[in-house]
Write a protein that binds this ligand. Structure first.
Ligand code: ZN
Length: 193
């Protein structure tokens, strides 16, 4: 099922603590679930995601992504997501290297490369993050099957390079919602096909 040419709806949950901004919680995800058949990719930018895994699973998330930096017991929380038959992603802030995930790469369905410092839309893409995507793509060839997602500052000028570096899932906010959404999605689609 696709709507406006997109396959996944990425939902940013911010807690005003892990990131300096607030958005919404499981109630909104549950509401969105009733409005669309798109896959829901819930990105938890929060300090204590372990407290909310069941609530976001119950709300209808297809993917739950937690931050490496926010999880002392990363392996445990990945397992708790997968136990609910929801796909588990781990996000890396710009300063966090892929090597921090060495011992969980077998277990994760997705690695999310933050290409801005999380908290606000409309920020400029940090160019070096393309190298991180390429590194994760190289690592993946050692028999892993995780998808690589990139989030932050993606636009019509940098999307093709990210795809070529190995990105499977592109998250775009400002460049999709500024102007005509369907036309913007189509333009993205053409750039990466
Ligand atoms: Zn996000």
């Amino acid at each position: 099922m696709e709507e406006a040419g997109i396959e996944i709806l990425h939902i940013d949950i911010m807690d005003g603590h892990f990131v300096p901004n607030l958005t919404f919680g499981p109630g909104m995800v549950e509401y969105i679930r009733r409005c669309t058949e798109l896959k829901l990719d819930v990105h938890l930018m929060m300090t204590n995601p372990q407290e909310f895994i069941d609530e976001f699973c119950d709300a209808g998330a297809d993917y739950i992504t937690i931050h490496q930096e926010a999880c002392v017991h990363l392996n445990r929380i990945i397992n708790s997501i997968k136990k609910r038959s929801v796909k588990a992603g781990v996000a890396l802030n710009p300063a966090t290297p892929p090597s921090t995930l060495q011992y969980v790469l077998d277990d994760v369905d997705m690695v999310l490369v933050m290409s801005v410092n999380p908290g606000f839309g409309g920020q400029k893409f940090i160019d070096r993050m393309q190298l991180k995507v390429a590194e994760l793509n190289r690592l993946r060839k050692n028999g892993y099957s995780y998808k690589i997602e990139v989030d932050g500052g993606i636009n019509f000028d940098n999307v093709k390079e990210l795809k070529d570096a190995g990105a499977d899932i592109i998250v775009a906010g400002t460049s999709v919602f500024k102007g005509n959404i369907a036309e913007n999605c189509k333009r993205f689609e053409e750039l990466i096909k």
